[in-house]
Design a protein around this ligand. Sequence first.
Ligand code: CMP
Length: 142
Amino acid sequence: AIERTLSIIKPDAVGGNHIGAIYSRFEEAGLKIVGAKMLHLDDEKAGGFYAEHKERPFYNDLVSFMTSGPVVVSVLEGENAIAKHREIMGATNPAEAAEGTIRKDFASSIDENAVHGSDSAESAKREIAYFFNEDEVLDRTR
Ligand code: CMP
């Protein structure tokens, strides 16, 4: 089925000038960018996004990393988009990411791992709505 998923290009990858290379991976995989914005998150916005991890030991470091510089948040659309996006990102820990994946090629550690992608249909819906109004996600079928 045609799905939508949320992508975040994180501060390490934006700072490394990898936005274009990562967008190319999305497009080469058949994912269409149907919403996009660059933001510098504050503690409240980043903390709210990762609220499910609030009790994890890495939460404070995660929020301070995600607010350390600009990010690019995008809505990707395509056949099986949620799983496809996760496949091309590779494992959360770049040390375990497969050859040719975004994290293998652009991430340096589990903390600074270049990209985020929704992990289920429920998270995709919540995460897209967290960053985008309805009129900011465009119809690219016409
Ligand atoms: P992300 O997909 O953005 O979701 C939460 C982030 O927490 C994850 O990517 C990692 O960058 C970071 N993180 C740090 N340590 C861990 C860990 N042990 N398990 C999962 N995520 C972690």
